[in-house]
Write a protein of this length. Structure first.
Length: 313
């Protein structure tokens, strides 16, 4: 089944377009988990990896029945070296075992055979002698398209071949995104508008039965006016929306990313779910040790908050 159709099916099944961002930092993890691994391993990398995997698994266990996908950010795993990469691998495998789609947030970007290698690593399979090996097995990957079609085509080919998806950076949520993305071209379009038009073009070969393409876009909740414009401009692209919660984006902001049927967008929350025990709504009810229970309560609140806006479209 086409990636876009899988995503649509899961969102409808769970009545929830929100995504759990798995961006673990050691300070987010309860002492009881860290102590277990740091007391058992002399190697700090293995202790960190063990702590991250347990933290992630407990979050997934708490949320898998109410969310369609998770989005692990690779940097939080890569900084711990090979042990961190193993933790990423275990996280992906466990999320898929629980029936979730996995969006690897790696923002990969290169050309030619290097782009092909990235695409095979995260989305496809690698040939080793007479065997075809899946390295990480993510369902989708975030992609930086600054190098143009040379850097995107290998990823699109994997989408076509293995029913995977990509999300191309279009208008990102960070404060300085406008330094480049808001620059105006000779034809009057901004750079982010030109990128959106390319996303439309690149996605034409991966349309699912749902009407959406497996070539999606990343547009931040922190720019709601542009988000609304991008929904109209990219009418066949799924929009991955970061910036909800800890970065200041609200349900009303992200509602602009949905079509009239309440589809076409997935809303990511990372810190506000992983560290929900710190939020005003929950800190009197949950301790840090109850991070998973707090995450579920916040995920349910987030779902209901967003669905209220979706229903009013």
């Amino acid at each position: 089944m086409n990636f876009s159709d899988k995503l649509t099916e899961l969102i409808k099944q769970k009545n929830n377009p929100s995504v759990l961002g798995l961006d673990p930092k050691l300070e987010y993890i309860p002492e009881s988990i860290k102590n277990k691994y740091f007391n058992n391993y002399d190697a700090p990398g293995k202790a960190v990896a063990g702590s991250i995997v347990e933290f992630n698994k407990r979050l997934i266990d708490a949320l898998y029945d109410i969310i369609p996908a998770v989005k692990p950010q690779l940097a939080y795993y890569e900084m711990y070296g090979i042990d961190g990469i193993n933790a990423f691998y275990e996280t992906v495998a466990y999320a898929k075992e629980k029936g979730l789609l996995v969006i690897a947030d790696g923002k990969r970007n290169d050309i030619g055979t290097t782009a092909q290698a990235y695409a095979k690593a995260y989305l496809g399979k690698t040939d080793i002698n007479d065997r075809n090996i899946e390295a990480f097995g993510a369902d989708a990957l975030t992609v930086n398209a600054y190098l143009g079609i040379d850097g995107v085509k290998p990823f699109i080919e994997e989408c076509e071949k293995d029913a995977k998806g990509i999300f191309v950076l279009v208008k990102t949520s960070n404060p300085s995104s406008g330094q480049l993305q808001d620059l105006v071209l000779q034809d009057g379009r901004t750079i982010y508008e030109a990128m959106a038009d390319l996303v439309n073009e690149w996605g034409s070969t991966t349309l699912g039965q749902c009407g959406y393409s497996s070539v999606g876009a990343v547009v931040g909740a922190t720019y709601p006016t542009q988000l609304e414009e991008m929904r109209k401009r990219m009418d066949k692209a799924w929009i991955l929306v970061p910036g909800y919660g800890a970065q200041g984006g609200t349900a009303r902001d992200v509602a602009r990313a949905f079509d009239k049927d309440g589809l076409g967008a997935i809303i990511n929350a990372s810190r506000s779910l992983m560290c929900a025990y710190n939020l005003e709504n929950w800190k009197a009810k949950y301790s840090k040790e109850q991070f998973a229970e707090a995450a579920r309560s916040e995920a349910e609140r987030m779902r209901d908050d967003i669905n209220k806006e979706r229903e009013s479209l």
